[in-house]
Design a protein around this ligand. Structure first.
Ligand code: FBP
Length: 475
């Protein structure tokens, strides 16, 4: 897979041909918008199009590979083309903060971690005034195109911007997020950043398993980043075989409450204690707080269910924490100390169980550092392909598209996917948005996980060590 990606980067992709065979469907409200997927690979009839001035903005949380998106573009700019970087996400863009990127910076950026070359934020362009500011900026800078590197919210933003800017300035998205919840198989199977983050977390979880086994005294409760969708935890579970693991989608499917969740972990812990293994590693996503009804109600301002559950567990009082939201209205899940909440509940529950006092817990949260770790070869190469593809879409005079890499299991082909085909109507927001793709409970990955997780409870790491995967299992 990596070799194929590298070959693609070397290959000449300055060509495209729309392929109606791959037309996708868009909501009928947007049926006036062409929805043809663009596949690259055929001779381009328009390679001599005039020089382009392209803006680029990072939006949302950082993801490893962001700098290589820039490299993918900078490596292919034609004479006269210019790339303008907006500083600090859409917030910075609204404040007119930008600079002309020097093509020579490509050498500094290659394979580097982080989003810090440009910076990022979570500002959403929603008011008429904000659209007007962007329109004026685009016109003042004579921008031919704006490339938005972001996740579901940011690409929803990109769609509405493409509508607002019309023919004046093309808007192209690049799919980013460590959460891996922005997909459109087979055109877009994974976002850049997912592989690096899950490899990083997998290494940390494996290290904990080794340490726990060597010392034999702690149960490590590990919360992993990943908002509503549990792709990160699922991938890490496949790679590390934790002693216990829960996905948000699994909790939803089982319609579990807080006490069911606690009982699941208590069961795994007591099984290990009974087997004279009073140690272990358990993983779960930060997004559990959105699906455990008691905690969800608490976030929405009603603490009665949580108080009830705490009372049943023998705990008194709720937890105190400010629930913060970003400018998209999303709760900042990473700041909710779910790992300590679970440990408090587990400790209370285990008091009622034989030998339960043998469990000593350590809380962990692996999140931010994974988003900014050194990109894997997969993410370096993939991000460059996506960057180059976005640039090709600009050269091909496309707008309202997101860059993709079609993978039909045999061949890889860069492509552009119309953002309009990714929209769904969201009743709570009363608008069309790109929805997060949750883990599919009928998928092979999920079924493999469900079939095997019971066997992982008592298994420990031995020799030889299991190698980490070369490319994401979902690609
Ligand atoms: P994006 O969807 O913007 O890529 O961000 C994902 C994420 O890394 C989540 O996993 C996490 O909940 C969130 O960002 C935390 O972001 P913040 O930087 O706002 O605390």
């Amino acid at each position: 897979m990596l070799t194929k990606l590298q070959d693609l980067i070397q290959s000449k992709l300055c060509q495209y041909e729309p392929d109606s065979a791959h037309a996708l469907t868009s909501p009928k409200e947007f049926s006036h918008i062409p929805n043809k997927t663009v596949l690259f690979g055929q001779p381009n009839k328009d390679v001599k199009s005039k020089a382009k001035r392209i803006g680029i903005v990072f939006s949302g949380g950082p993801a490893p590979g962001g700098h290589d998106v820039l490299v993918g573009i900078l490596s292919h700019l034609r004479k006269g083309d210019e790339l303008i970087g907006f500083i600090g996400g859409f917030g910075g863009m609204l404040n007119g903060q930008y600079f002309l990127i020097d093509a020579a910076d490509k050498d500094l950026l290659e394979g580097t971690a982080g989003f810090d070359y440009l910076g990022t934020d979570r500002t959403k362009i929603s008011s008429d005034e904000q659209f007007e500011i962007i329109r004026n900026l685009v016109s003042d800078l004579s921008l031919n195109a704006l490339i938005v590197v972001g996740g579901d919210d940011s690409n929803t933003n990109a769609f509405y911007l493409s509508q607002a800017l019309g023919d004046e300035c093309a808007v192209i998205g690049v799919p980013k997020t460590i959460d891996g919840d922005l997909k459109r198989p087979p055109y877009l199977n994974v976002t850049f950043g997912f592989h690096t983050a899950t490899q990083h977390y997998s290494r940390q979880v494996t290290n904990l398993k080794i340490d726990a086994q060597a010392t034999g005294k702690y149960f490590h409760m590990v919360k992993l980043m990943g908002r509503s969708a549990s792709h990160v935890v699922l991938e890490v579970a496949h790679q590390t075989e934790p002693h216990a693991c829960l996905l948000a989608e699994e909790v939803m499917k089982n319609a579990w409450g807080l006490i069911d969740v606690i009982d699941y972990f208590v069961d795994a812990i007591s099984t290990r204690i009974a087997a004279k293994k009073p140690y272990g590693v358990m993983i779960f996503p930060e997004g559990l707080v959105e699906v455990i009804p008691e905690i969800k109600a608490y976030i929405n301002g009603d603490d009665s269910l949580l108080k009830d559950a705490y009372y049943k567990l023998g705990l008194r009082g709720g937890f105190v924490n400010n629930i913060m939201r970003d400018s998209h209205g999303n709760v900042n899940l990473s700041l909710i100390p779910l790992e300590t909440i679970l440990i408090d509940c587990l400790t209370a529950r285990l008091k009622t169980i034989k030998n339960g006092d043998k469990a000593t817990f350590v809380a962990h949260f692996y999140g931010y550092e994974g988003r900014s770790s050194q990109p894997t070869d997969f993410d370096v190469n993939y991000s460059r392909v996506l960057g180059k593809t976005a640039y090709e879409l600009v050269l091909s005079n496309q707008t309202g598209m997101i860059a993709g890499l079609k993978n039909d299991g045999h061949t890889l082909q860069p492509c552009g996917i119309p953002l309009v085909c990714m929209l769904d109507f969201d009743l709570s927001k009363d608008r069309f948005i790109i929805k997060k793709e949750l883990v599919n409970c009928l998928s092979d990955e999920y079924l493999h996980y469900i079939q095997n997780k019971g066997n992982w409870t008592l298994s420990d790491i031995g020799f030889p060590r299991k190698p980490v995967f070369d490319s994401p299992t979902i690609f």
